[in-house]
Design a binder for this molecule. Structure first.
Ligand code: UDP
Length: 458
């Protein structure tokens, strides 16, 4: 049997491209060739961050692209506009791409299967049309997918209307083992206007319909982390934690990683550094940014802070420049524009992680035994915070003051409280061992992944 050739299709955002790239690396280690399809816009960013390369020496991951259908000036931060455009134009472009690849070399090296991001699950229709296998992978928690798979029940129970808009107020639990969800925090509710909310809600409902075209729902989670969601939605196959493979590093990053922070970490005492990073799209207002800077200073501890200087998905050239307060000396801190996060969190100098709780960051922290200070911004991050603080109990949240701001004193207070809490530190270490056992030779996620590989190779 020839080499399996898998096409991998991420949603065009950093928190989707990274885990799908790490999965691609795993597929390559298991003997597959991977064609990784970014949108043209993101392809340029990735290639730029890799100094112009479209594959690394010896790698069997090839980067290709299709247009997202938006013009060069249109705002890719407008997710409603982006998904409408992608749904309109990308399926036929993807089909053409696959037909072209499959007609090369007499078809000997053709695409044999597609793995789509759940949010690009229309790719399964393309797979079906071309007679090739398809699977999906969810880059968020299994709880989110279980929630979306239960949309009809949420409508039936009068929690929301058929446009996804909340009817009731307060929290609900789909089953007793699932995290509490505030109705106002449904993943599509975080968008500002009703048009975006409805468009994204209806799109998500459609992605679930498409997802049911496949029996393979992969997830970057583990059995112990999400027993409730996995029993509610048994189709989800936990294969996490999906780790980056050092030999392929950077192949999915939108920004160049600054490795100088690793040398800096080498010079810090063990378990001393606060790592501060908010993923790829969180934006701060000026006052909050100032309080964060002064709060980090006030802790009197070394910190490593990621401050992006460019708005991630914005094609308008808008920048995310912040002015540091005059009093901010940064004598004990190091600031970088983008860090090699998985390597940073593995470093013995790291004491805790001030995080926006994106699912990938959550998995990065949990799988390295690093306790959290949670600062969620929107969408699924609020549910991830519930997991961290209320279910796994490996972190604390921040409280806002009367101005709606997390003050410098609150930041200092919570750092002191977290680092003095031996129970949280102990649970974080235990959780790391438990989670990492899943990808040991005889671990549950390894077993699941091997099952998937067997199906892929049949
Ligand atoms: N990340 C990174 N360097 C940074 C910050 C983040 O490599 O300085 C990576 C992180 O490991 C994760 C992704 O960027 O793979 C962020 O995804 P997440 O789901 O945490 O947040 P999002 O960007 O989707 O809000």
């Amino acid at each position: 049997m020839g080499l399996k050739h898998v096409l991998v299709l991420p949603y065009p955002a950093q928190g989707h491209v990274n885990p799908l790239m790490h999965l691609s690396q795993k597929l390559v280690q298991h003997g597959c060739k991977v064609t990784f399809v970014n949108t043209e816009f993101n392809h340029k960013r990735v290639v730029n961050a890799m100094n112009g390369k479209v594959s690394l020496d010896g790698s069997k991951v090839e980067l290709v692209s299709v247009p997202d259908g938006l013009g060069p000036e249109e705002d890719r931060n407008d997710h409603a506009g982006l998904i409408l455009s992608m749904e309109r134009t990308m399926p036929s472009d993807l089909e053409r791409l696959i037909r072209d690849i499959n007609s090369m070399d007499g078809g000997s090296n053709g695409i044999t299967s597609i793995i789509c991001d759940t949010y690009m699950a229309w790719g399964l229709e393309v797979a079906q049309k071309l007679g090739i296998k398809g699977a999906i992978i969810i880059p968020s928690s299994a709880a989110i997918l279980a929630l979306e798979d239960n949309i009809p029940k949420l409508i039936e129970d009068g929690i929301m209307d058929s446009d996804g808009l909340p009817i009731k107020k307060g929290k609900f639990q789909l089953t007793p083992n699932m995290p509490n969800v505030n109705i106002a925090d449904m993943p599509w509710s975080c968008f500002e206007d009703d048009f975006s909310k409805k468009t994204i809600y209806h799109y998500l409902a459609k992605t679930i319909k498409w997802s049911h075209l496949s029996d393979w729902w992969l997830s970057n989670t583990t059995q112990e982390l999400e027993p409730g969601a996995l029993s509610l939605c048994p189709k989800i196959l936990p294969i996490g934690p999906i780790k980056e493979s050092p030999e392929f590093r950077s192949l999915g990053q939108f920004w160049r990683e600054d490795h100088s922070c690793l040398t800096w970490l080498d010079q810090q005492p063990p378990c001393s550094v606060i790592y501060v990073a908010f993923g790829s799209s969180t934006m701060f207002d000026t006052n909050q940014f100032k309080e964060l800077a002064l709060g980090l200073e006030l802790t009197n501890r070394p910190f490593l802070w990621v401050v992006r200087d460019e708005d991630s998905n914005n094609s308008n050239g808008n920048t995310n420049h912040h002015k540091y307060p005059d009093e901010f000396q940064c004598t004990k801190g190091k600031i970088v524009k983008w860090a090699p996060q998985q390597m940073v969190l593995k470093h013995p100098a790291i004491a805790c992680f001030i995080s926006h709780c994106g699912w990938n960051s959550t998995m990065d922290g949990v799988s390295n035994g690093v306790p959290f200070l949670c600062w969620p911004y929107f969408a699924d991050q609020v549910i991830d915070k519930t997991y961290i603080c209320e279910v796994w109990k490996v972190g604390l949240g921040f409280d806002e003051d009367e101005r709606g701001i997390i003050s410098r004193w609150e930041i200092k207070k919570k750092v002191v409280e977290l680092l003095g809490d031996e129970d949280i530190k102990g649970r974080s270490k235990k959780m790391k061992d438990m989670v990492m056992n899943n990808i040991a030779k005889d671990g549950n996620s390894t077993h699941n992944f091997n099952k998937f590989m067997k199906w892929l190779s049949e």
